[in-house]
Design a binder for this molecule. Structure first.
Ligand code: G3H
Ligand code: 13P
Ligand code: NA
Ligand code: ZN
Length: 328
C-alpha cells in the first residue's frame, strides 16, 4: 500500500535499518526498484525530483508510482517529492497524492542560492502545517551539502565564488538541528556530513573515512525522534564506471560514498539514503553494452530489459546492505 514516510522510517528506527530512497523518472526505473524490493521483501521509497517532474510530467510520475502500488499490494511504498523549492511546489505534490514531501529550505526558491536560517524555518514550518493536516510526512534540510576535501559547497557560487567553506560550515550543527526540529516539526531531516550530489563526489579512492560519521552520531543524540536523511549517497561503483567506459562512455575518474560508510551512518541513526546516480550509471552501462554487442537491435524492449536487470541488481545490493531486506 501507499504509506507516509514517517511510519515507514519509524519502523526502520525501531529495527535499526536504513531505507534507500531511489529517484524515478520512468517506467524502467520503477520496475527495477519494485522487482528488487519484492525479491528481497523490502520497504520502498520512490522519489521524484524537479528534474523528473519536468521530464515526465508530475501526473505521469504519480500514475507510475500508483502503478507500482497496485502491482505490489503487499509492499509499503512511499511516494516522495524530492527537493521541493517552495511551499507551493509541496502543496501541488500533496494535492496530487504524494504521501511525503521534502521542503528544501536550505536554498532559496531558485534552488541555488543558500538561504538564511530564518527563511528555512519559515517555509518548512508552513509546509509541515499543510502536510500534517493531510497525513503527509515532511523532510527538511539543514546545512550546506558539499565536499569536505575541497571545501566546495554545492551552491558555492551563491555563497561567493572565491570563498571556500570551512569544514564546520559544511556540517550540520547539532544544536541548530534541535532548534530547527522544535521550530518546524519535520519528520525527517537531511543533514550535511560531507556528501554531495552527482557522480563526481571524490577525486581520490577513499582511504579511511570520507564522511563526518561522528557528526551523524552527535545530530542523532540531539534529535533522537527525527529521522536523519543522507542525500548524495550513491557509491559510484567502479565496475559500473568500467562498463560505461568499455562501451564508449567518457567518464572522468571519480569515487562515491563507500557502502560500508553508509552502514556506519545507519548504525548511528541515518534512516533514509538517497540514491539516483548509481541507477543512472547502471542503466547507461547496460544500454551501451547492449548496443555495442547487438548492433542490429532496434526494439527498445531489447535494450531496456538488460537496463532494468542492471538497476535491479544495484537496488537489491542496497536493500541487503542497509538491512532493509526482510522488513517489508
Ligand atoms: O537531487 C538530485 C537528484 O539526483 C535528482 O536530480 O534534478 O537531475 O532529476 P535531477
Ligand atoms: P546521488 O547523486 O548521490 O545519487 O544522490 C541523489 C540524491 O541525493 C537525490 O536527492
Ligand atoms: Na543544503
Ligand atoms: Zn538530494
Amino acid at each position: 500500500p501507499l504509506v507516509a514516510l514517517r511510519p515507514l522510517l519509524d519502523h526502520a528506527a525501531e529495527n535499526g535499518y536504513g531505507v534507500p530512497a531511489f529517484n524515478v523518472n520512468n517506467l524502467e526505473q520503477v520496475q527495477a526498484i519494485l522487482q528488487a524490493a519484492a525479491a528481497t521483501d523490502s520497504p520502498v521509497i520512490l522519489q521524484a525530483s524537479a528534474g523528473a517532474r519536468k521530464y515526465a510530467g508530475e501526473t505521469f510520475l504519480k500514475q507510475l508510482i500508483e502503478g507500482a502500488v497496485a502491482s505490489y499490494p503487499n509492499l509499503p511504498i512511499v511516494m516522495h517529492q524530492d527537493h521541493g523549492v517552495s511551499p507551493a511546489v509541496c502543496m501541488t505534490a500533496i494535492k496530487l497524492g504524494f504521501s511525503s514531501v521534502m521542503m528544501d529550505g536550505s536554498l532559496l526558491a531558485d534552488g541555488k542560492t543558500p538561504a538564511d536560517y530564518d527563511y528555512n524555518v519559515g517555509v518548512t514550518r508552513q509546509v509541515v502545517e499543510m502536510a500534517h493536516a493531510c497525513g503527509v510526512s515532511v523532510e527538511g534540510e539543514l546545512g550546506c551539502l558539499g565536499r569536505l576535501d575541497t571545501g566546495m559547497g554545492e551552491a558555492e557560487d551563491g555563497v561567493g565564488a572565491d570563498r571556500k567553506l570551512s569544514h564546520d560550515e559544511l556540517l550540520t550543527d547539532p544544536i541548530q538541528a534541535r532548534d530547527f526540529v522544535t521550530a518546524t516539526g519535520v519528520d525527517a531531516l537531511a543533514i550535511a556530513i560531507g556528501t554531495s550530489h552527482g557522480a563526481y563526489k571524490f577525486s581520490q579512492p577513499p582511504t579511511g573515512e570520507v564522511l563526518a560519521i561522528d557528526r551523524v552520531r552527535a545530530i542523532h543524540i540531539a534529535i533522537p525522534n527525527t529521522h536523519l536523511v543522507m542525500h548524495g549517497s550513491s557509491s559510484v561503483p567502479q565496475e559500473l564506471l568500467a562498463e560505461v567506459r568499455e562501451f564508449g562512455g567518457e567518464l572522468k575518474p571519480t569515487w562515491g560514498v563507500p557502502v560500508e560508510e553508509i552502514q556506519k551512518a545507519i548504525y548511528f541513526g541515518v534512516r533514509k539514503i538517497n540514491i539516483d546516480t548509481d541507477l543512472r550509471l547502471a542503466m547507461t552501462g547496460a544500454i551501451r553494452k547492449h548496443f555495442a554487442t547487438n548492433p542490429a537491435d532496434f526494439d527498445p524492449r531489447a535494450y531496456l530489459k538488460p537496463a532494468i536487470a542492471a538497476m535491479r541488481k544495484v537496488c537489491e545490493d542496497r536493500y541487503n546492505a542497509f538491512g532493509a531486506a526482510g522488513q517489508a
